[in-house]
Design a protein around this ligand. Structure first.
Ligand SMILES: C[C@@]1(CC(=O)O)c2cc3[nH]c(cc4nc(cc5[nH]c(cc(n2)[C@H]1CCC(=O)O)[C@@](C)(CC(=O)O)[C@@H]5CCC(=O)O)C(CC(=O)O)=C4CCC(=O)O)c(CCC(=O)O)c3CC(=O)O
Ligand SMILES: NC(=O)C1=CN([C@@H]2O[C@H](COP(=O)(O)OP(=O)(O)OC[C@H]3O[C@@H](n4cnc5c(N)ncnc54)[C@H](O)[C@@H]3O)[C@@H](O)[C@H]2O)C=CC1
Length: 216
């Protein structure tokens, strides 16, 4: 089995090329679009939703086969055709340019794979079987989907706000770490679930910081 490391890639403004325009390409593209990437789609045929996205100007569609040179200026590539030979040519050009490339269908030479993803606002949970069984990734992420409700969105927003204020107001590293660990251990989720949580104001967060620093 190949070995993989998970990473979170900043996608705003990312220039990505997708080769192929079937349902699999569509799934990859819809995720990229939601994350603000700029997409160059190269395929002689595309699904209805992709056609619509092109008409709306959400992506740039080249209505033709892939040809070498198409990857100039992009920093991420998805080869999603049903032709091994085409996917492999894309992977070769990407390797020459040093760009990460995903192969969703037949063919060798891909350098990253797409996980199955559960999102709750800024919380992202990604599941992968390292390519062994995508259907198992889907099943596992459904289980996660069932156990992580919408309350996690408000919870992560809360943690983010506390962390921002702690980072900008507490210069001492050890104190900062103690505070951030304490914030992560607060049982805010229970309050959110009960509908009893009122987002803290900046003043309330600062007061909590002061209280916790003097207690340590
Ligand atoms: C290696 C990888 C490369 C990549 O695409 O990045 C890959 C490859 C292949 N998948 C195939 C089939 C299926 N793929 C899915 C579903 C998903 N596949 C995804 C990822 C990955 N698929 C990467 C590994 C992920 C991991 O590590 O686990 C998901 C998670 C994410 C996404 O695609 O965005 C997405 C779920 C999205 C969601 O959460 O809903 C289903 C199930 C379904 O559709 O419900 C089936 C049918 C059942 C089955 O075949 O198992 C085939 C064709 C086999 C054939 O027919 O010959 C290949 C090619 C091959 O195996 O050679
Ligand atoms: N990774 C995944 O999640 C999954 C992968 N697959 C595999 O992925 C592949 C793609 O799946 P689908 O989108 O359903 O296939 P599809 O057959 O519907 O689409 C293939 C697309 O590739 C395009 N294409 C073909 N030759 C091309 C070329 N030379 N240049 C540019 N585009 C070209 C076609 O116009 C078409 O839009 C299949 O081989 C399938 O077995 C299937 C299911 C899930």
């Amino acid at each position: 089995m190949e070995k993989y490391i998970p990473i979170m890639l900043k996608s705003e403004g990312l220039r990505a090329a997708v080769i192929g325009g079937g349902p699999v390409a569509e799934r990859k593209i819809m995720q990229l679009l939601q994350s603000g990437a700029n997409i160059k789609l190269i395929s002689p045929s595309v699904t209805g939703p992709l056609h619509q996205a092109a008409q709306e100007g959400s992506l740039i569609w080249y209505n033709r086969n892939y040809t070498e040179g198409d990857l100039q200026g992009v920093s991420l590539v998805y080869a999603a055709t049903d032709q091994a030979e085409v996917n492999e040519r894309v992977a070769k050009e990407a390797a020459r340019l040093g760009i990460p490339v995903n192969i969703s269908g037949p063919g060798l030479g891909g350098t990253f794979i797409s996980p199955s993803v559960v999102r709750r606002g800024d919380l992202i949970i990604a599941v992968s079987t390292s390519g062994a069984g995508p259907a198992a990734s889907v099943r596992i992420s459904r289980e996660i989907d069932d156990s992580y409700g919408d309350e996690y969105e408000a919870y992560i927003d809360f943690l983010s706000k506390v962390r921002q204020i702690v980072k900008s107001t507490v210069p001492d590293g050890a104190r900062r770490r103690t505070l951030l660990k304490a914030a992560a251990e607060m049982d805010i989720l229970r309050d959110i679930r009960r509908g009893e949580f009122k987002p803290w104001t900046e003043q309330e967060i600062e007061a909590w910081i002061k209280g916790n620093i003097t207690n340590n």
